[in-house]
Design a protein around this ligand. Structure first.
Ligand code: ATP
Ligand code: MG
Length: 364
């Protein structure tokens, strides 16, 4: 898989996190049972190609290495920046189908919904006391979200959005997650989780630290652009959903934006749309974007789009077949997967909250 690096040199924090991540990959390979991953998605829509290449495939990889993976379907987070959460049961079902079709194995990984785990959410109260409003306001991701919400004429920053990184701390620490796969832009979020863990230990568990400070796993991953040349995202309506049909896939790439140069070359900075198609095609046909560019060359964007469509249709065929099979298995199966995940998450969260109450002197 090829790697996109953002233009310009990485900041020292990002460079350090990348170096640490390379080291972590070795440690994880040697001792997968020593790690627990917490990651997840907001149920705002079915998952798309960007999710698969950017994060879901990596979660499945970690699971298959033997790491215990917790996948949170963060339903409460849907209302951080919108008033209408839509049809949550239907959306949760789609996300669940995408996870399972992509290779998440419910026998090994725990899939649960945020709202179904009360003890996890209760951790938020002590955790909120450990961070200042100024620290939350400084968080670049919170800042960016607040600016985006203002620019789109949505309501101003909600308290839930401001405290988003603390929710994330509760999501990670409730299950003692010690490995969090993140994009470089999410590092500041994890910093707050680490701060919460550290301050909790200092205040309530000085003799024997209770929460481990989780590590960020910054994995090289693709940033996939949508058919409009902007980062693929559910809410932009520019996404190729994993559940799309072959015809929809062909139509999607046919309308994808390209540029006026005839000959295909791999120049990520100068030709981002073409580079995006080359990376997607290369990913699914096991070659490099450069080699694919050489192969297409003067045949132009039409030929490139045909090759990419073919590679994606072939590459997603097993996932889509499995998805259809699961969807036709009836609602019981998916409901059971979620019920088992929720039960396991609750068991762990209850234990953690009980420990926390004990450490805080709140056992009566
Ligand atoms: P929304 O429009 O609701 O923000 P989204 O489609 O942008 O949805 P998110 O829920 O914001 O999806 O993304 C979840 C995770 O999926 C991200 O942290 C990122 O790791 C990955 N991801 C999302 N979109 C892409 C993309 N286009 N390319 C690579 N990775 C992506
Ligand atoms: Mg997004």
């Amino acid at each position: 898989m090829s790697v996109i690096t953002s233009p310009g040199a990485p900041t020292p924090a990002v460079a350090a996190a990348r170096e640490r991540s390379a080291e972590l990959e070795h440690l994880v390979a040697r001792n997968p049972a020593g790690y627990r991953v917490l990651t997840g998605d907001r149920p705002t829509g079915a998952l798309h190609l960007g999710h698969l290449l950017g994060t879901v495939a990596n979660r499945v990889r970690l699971q298959n290495l033997g790491v215990e993976v917790f996948l949170i379907v963060a339903d409460y987070q849907v209302i951080t920046d919108r008033d209408d959460a839509g049809d949550l049961p239907a959306t949760v079902r789609e996300v669940l189908l995408d996870y399972l079709a992509a290779g998440v194995d419910p026998a090994r990984s725990t899939v649960f919904t945020h709202s179904a785990v009360p003890a996890l959410n209760q951790l938020l109260l002590p955790f909120l006391s450990l961070v200042s409003v100024a620290e939350l306001e400084r968080n670049p991701t919170v800042k960016a979200e607040a600016e985006a919400s203002a620019a789109q004429g949505r309501r101003g920053t909600s308290g839930l959005l401001l405290t988003y990184p603390v929710h994330q701390a509760a999501d990670i620490l409730f299950c003692h997650g010690n490995l969090v796969p993140v994009g470089a832009d999410q590092l500041p979020h994890l910093e707050i989780t680490r701060t919460v863990a550290r301050r909790f230990n200092q205040r309530y568990a000085a003799a024997r630290p209770y929460f481990a400070e989780p590590d960020a796993l910054v994995t090289p991953s693709l940033t996939v652009l949508g058919d409009d040349g902007v980062k693929m995202s559910k809410s932009r309506g520019n996404a190729l959903e994993l559940r799309a049909s072959e015809d929809q896939t062909a139509a999607y790439f046919k309308r994808a934006r390209t540029d006026a140069d005839r000959t295909i070359t791999y120049e990520p900075e100068r030709r981002p749309e073409i580079a995006n198609l080359l990376r997607i095609g290369a990913h699914f046909s096991g070659t490099s974007p450069e080699a694919l560019a050489d192969e297409v060359g003067p045949a132009g964007a039409g030929r490139l789009k045909a090759l990419v469509t073919e590679a994606v249709v072939e590459g997603l065929r097993p996932l889509r077949a499995r998805r259809r099979e699961l969807a036709s298995a009836g609602p019981r199966y998916l409901a059971d997967v979620l019920a088992r995940g929720n039960a396991r998450a609750n068991e762990i969260a209850d234990r953690t909250l009980d420990d926390v109450r004990g450490l805080m002197g709140m056992r009566y």
